[in-house]
Design a protein around this ligand. Structure first.
Ligand SMILES: Nc1ncnc2c1ncn2[C@@H]1O[C@H](COP(=O)(O)OP(=O)(O)O)[C@@H](O)[C@H]1O
Ligand SMILES: NC(=O)OP(=O)(O)O
Length: 313
């Protein structure tokens, strides 16, 4: 039976070192080859993706070219712009790969708004890294030029700007995504975690924030009644004692076991922890749901023999 699968693409699926459009399109062409495996397998596919590097770079470009008559756009609009650009690259790459395999689906990007709470404490505690890494010298200059911005040191790799990252409450366009899937379309949705909006009566007001794409993908998977949430990143498995001589890959793991590992601080806060938390939330909220955390390279391995970190109740 066809499974309904939400696949969340991690940073390495889109961007390595070269931030040019050509290089990101090339990376997504490669990614598309892997994603088509699900379609060949008969599954219904919904794709989401991150935008941390891209939205940060776009905001820098906006600021650099800003004038009174051509002002820089706010973050919610910049998130929408990255949904458009990355969605275009994904549609283009996936369409070609589908044709190459004589598969008769189409791909459509949904500009997706995601409701958050005005009272989310994230608005006063920015944590989401965006854009490039800075050296100590560069960040000192950035801090002088942009006194309202927050920069943090990122795991020994340099400094990055951080922005608020509120939790998603509701994916506004989830019914559109549902309708597209039912009509043989592969939707690209909640790109960059979705455009953060708060409800003001009938009006949805944009907010300057970047939602975590793993949490937004989880919310979408819940709302469209997906069977499986697959979070693709740079590692084949989640590990305990990660990067230590006694590291151990987790293959099949329950949410109780994962909660125990969280207590032991096994997962890094800005990277693996949100993925593990999104997996737990999805499995917890739906009977028979499963979540998978693995790498792009391992999709064939996972489809062939289930080898990945598979989270169940
Ligand atoms: N316990 C862990 N097990 C596996 N990977 C971990 C763990 N803790 C931290 N990581 C790191 O988290 C990374 C995934 O997070 P990140 O790079 O932020 O994701 P994304 O692919 O969405 O951009 C992995 O590539 C790995 O380097
Ligand atoms: N929005 C978001 O979570 O982007 P990254 O996955 O690129 O950090």
């Amino acid at each position: 039976m066809a499974r309904r699968i939400v696949v969340a693409l991690g940073g390495n699926a889109i961007l390595s070192k070269d931030a040019s459009a050509a290089a990101q399109q090339q990376a997504l062409k490669n990614t598309a080859k892997y994603l088509v495996e699900f379609v060949k397998n008969g599954d219904e596919l919904i794709v989401s993706h991150g935008n941390g590097p891209q939205v940060g770079n776009l905001l820098l470009q906006q600021a650099a070219g800003s004038t009174d008559t051509n002002p820089a756009m706010p973050i919610d609009t910049a998130v929408a712009m990255t949904q458009g650009s990355i969605g275009y690259w994904l549609q283009n790459a996936l369409d070609e790969e589908l044709r190459n395999n004589n598969l008769s689906k189409t791909v459509a990007t949904v500009v997706t708004q995601v409701e958050v709470s005005e009272n989310d404490s994230a608005f006063t505690n920015p944590t989401k890294p965006i854009g490039p890494f800075y050296t100590e010298e560069e960040v000192t200059k950035q801090r002088q030029e942009n006194p309202d911005y927050t920069f943090v040191e990122d795991a020994g790799r340099g400094y990055r700007r951080v922005v608020p990252s509120p939790k998603p409450i509701n994916v506004v366009e989830s019914e559109v995504v549902d309708t597209l899937v039912a009509n043989n379309v592969i939707p690209v949705s909640v790109g960059g975690g979705g455009i953060p909006v708060v409800k003001e009566g009938n009006h949805l007001a944009g907010r300057e924030a970047v939602i975590d794409k793993d949490f937004a993908s989880e919310k979408l998977a819940e709302q469209i009644d997906a069977d499986l949430l697959i979070i693709l990143t740079a590692v084949d498995h989640v590990f305990v004692n990660f990067n230590k001589p006694n590291q151990k890959a987790l293959s099949h793991v329950t949410i109780d076991e994962l909660n125990q590992y969280i207590q032991e601080d096994q997962f890094a806060k800005g990277s693996m922890l949100p993925k593990v938390q999104a997996a737990i939330d999805f499995v917890q909220n739906k009977d028979d749901a499963q979540a998978v955390i693995t790498s792009l390279d391992n999709i064939s391995g996972f489809l062939a023999n289930g080898d990945a970190t598979v989270v169940t109740k």
